[in-house]
Unconditional design. Structure first.
Length: 167
């Protein structure tokens, strides 16, 4: 069980067990190695979550988030390049396709040089991915662009129109 002590730090406390209920000399119940491992992972995850929340409250983003975004972008664009240039080496990857579909309207994440290739890739789109992409594009075309710079909103709408025509 994870609790906070008087200083607000997370501390591990034993959780009641319904099994044999044996206690060690400190009065704490013994946990199996697997239970200890799971508990340690949970504690680490909670600490990390609190640290990220604290940094977010201070207006800072973690380096890891920025690096993950850059890596995901590079991998997705490389995936798209491989699809267009080296089809014999290309292998479908759901995560790369998902990233591309979520970010295809963003000119910064998917530069114009890759957008044409992405349009060709979309021709092979099937099933719910195709339906959801069409719905998203239609919603963007209807959207008035509130809360964004006018140029960025116009670029997104233009890309959405092109995607609708393609599909």
């Amino acid at each position: 069980m994870v609790n906070k002590d008087s200083s607000g730090d997370l501390v591990k406390t034993p959780r009641p067990q319904e099994s044999d209920g044996q206690e060690d000399e400190d009065g704490e119940e013994d946990l199996s190695p697997e239970e200890n491992r799971v508990l340690e992972r949970k504690l680490k995850k909670i600490r990390k979550k609190e640290e990220n929340k604290k940094m977010k409250d201070e207006g800072k983003s973690t380096e890891q988030e920025e690096n993950t975004t850059n890596v995901a972008e590079k991998l997705a664009l490389e995936y798209l390049s491989c699809w267009s240039e080296r089809k014999d080496e290309w292998k479908f990857q759901k995560t790369r396709q998902t990233w591309l579909l979520q970010n295809m309207f963003d000119r910064v994440k998917v530069p114009d040089s890759y957008f044409g290739v992405l349009l060709a890739y979309l021709e092979g789109l099937r099933g719910s991915a195709k339906e959801k992409t069409l719905q998203k594009a239609e919603a963007l075309v209807r959207w008035e662009g509130q809360g964004e710079g006018e140029e960025d909103a116009e670029t997104r709408r233009n890309r959405a129109k092109i995607v609708m025509q393609q599909l």
